[in-house]
Design a protein around this ligand. Structure first.
Ligand code: COI
Length: 376
């Protein structure tokens, strides 16, 4: 069935919705990525063009074992969230940025780029149809997962001739099972995530697969996440694989109570092309100066981290991403060192940035940046 508000989509909803009590039981404790809402949007790409898409019941896909993305990894994805505000209105956070990054990830993997209007149309149709799946408890939201992969059944190693976009959603709570508790990072010297001119800046499936062995190793060291170093010198901090990294510095020799304007947030710059340009990272770089902090995008060496931890100028560090929002880092460890940050507790700067970002996302604080995208 076509609807005028969705010029490129057929809308075929489920015949019978889930019972409200059953849905509510899920929304009361959604976890992260464990449950899925009732619909998905699919848009095929064939004969060189994006076809008409459909919103259909969420369910399995039928694929040939020869589906080329299963073999050669032409698969990119995104992650964005929709929020229910206290007055019942619904907003997505900066979906245009995800649409653009989705297209640039696809380009890097020689896949077709979905135009932003089609991305936003699919996202709005999905969120409207599944609006009852947006939880309302603090720190919960509807996580939207767009995925594009090669569907052509062919074993030649070349860009496929057929692709499918699938966009579905999942009601979520905190990404880490311990919620906002600080996480411990393992600085990996044995694994690298991305090399210059590789796919580090693309949100592609292979980058995440490549991170899992290091993550398993980190776990044996008592760490939840891996902090990756640059591939060439193994000297500069890059990112955590699924999250970007920030540190908070106060002037050397200053006491624990340095004024706000003397605190600097530092995050690795994107010039090497090996880091994912996070939407949350970008948002923090814009929010922080308005909260009185200085910001710097520049290389951060492990030596600098270690020295700053020793002389007390490294007061806090945090990880950020759509899923993790802003998660404090309690300690950094490697084969050679271990530093505990801010006594292993959430620092005031991390907390203030988190409160501001979440305040905007949940409509409790003004949004002077125009980031919230209304979904009527
Ligand atoms: C996100 O924050 O959306 C991520 O990509 C992290 C992870 C769930 C893949």
């Amino acid at each position: 069935m076509s609807r005028p508000e969705y010029p490129n989509l057929d809308i075929v909803p489920v015949a019978q919705r889930i019972a409200p009590e059953q849905r509510q039981r899920i929304l009361d404790n959604p976890q992260f990525g464990a449950f899925f809402s009732e619909h998905m949007v699919t848009i095929p790409w064939r004969q060189g063009v994006w076809q008409r898409g459909s919103l259909v019941p969420f369910g399995p896909l039928t694929l040939s074992p020869a589906t080329s993305s299963l073999h050669y990894g032409q698969a990119v994805f995104e992650g964005l969230k929709a929020y229910r505000h206290a007055d019942g209105r619904i907003f997505a956070f900066r979906p245009g940025m995800n649409a653009k990054r989705f297209a640039s990830s696809a380009r890097r993997l020689a896949m077709p780029e979905l135009p932003s209007e089609r991305f936003l149309e699919a996202m709005e149709a999905l969120v409207r149809e599944d609006r009852d799946w947006i939880p309302s408890a603090p720190e919960t939201s509807l996580y939207i997962r767009p995925l594009l992969f090669a569907t052509e059944a062919a074993l030649g190693v070349r860009p496929a001739n057929e692709y499918l976009l699938v966009m579905f959603s999942s009601p979520v709570g905190a990404y880490f099972p311990r919620g906002m508790a600080p996480v411990n990072l393992w600085i990996s010297t044995e694994h690298v995530r991305a090399a210059p001119f590789g796919t580090g800046a693309a949100k592609c499936a292979g980058n995440y697969a490549a991170s899992l062995e290091a993550q398993a190793l980190a776990k044996t060291m008592g760490c939840e996440q891996v902090l990756y170093l640059d591939a060439i010198q193994r000297k500069f901090v890059e990112e955590l694989g699924g999250m970007n990294f920030f540190m908070v510095l106060r002037p050397k020799g200053s006491s624990g109570s340095a004024p706000l304007q003397e605190l600097t947030l530092v995050t690795p710059d994107l010039s090497s092309g090996t880091l994912l340009a996070g939407v949350t990272r970008d948002s923090i770089l814009r929010l922080a100066p308005d909260l009185g902090y200085r910001v710097e995008e520049r290389p951060i060496s492990v030596d600098e981290l270690q020295e700053a931890a020793q002389d007390g100028s490294l007061c806090e560090a945090f990880a950020c991403g759509t899923a993790a929002v802003i998660t404090p880092i309690g300690s950094l460890a490697s084969a050679k060192m271990k530093v505990v940050l801010n006594g292993g507790k959430t620092g005031a700067v991390t907390q203030s940035l988190r409160d501001q970002l979440i305040g905007i996302q949940y409509g409790q604080r003004p949004d002077p940046y125009g980031w919230m995208y209304p979904i009527q």
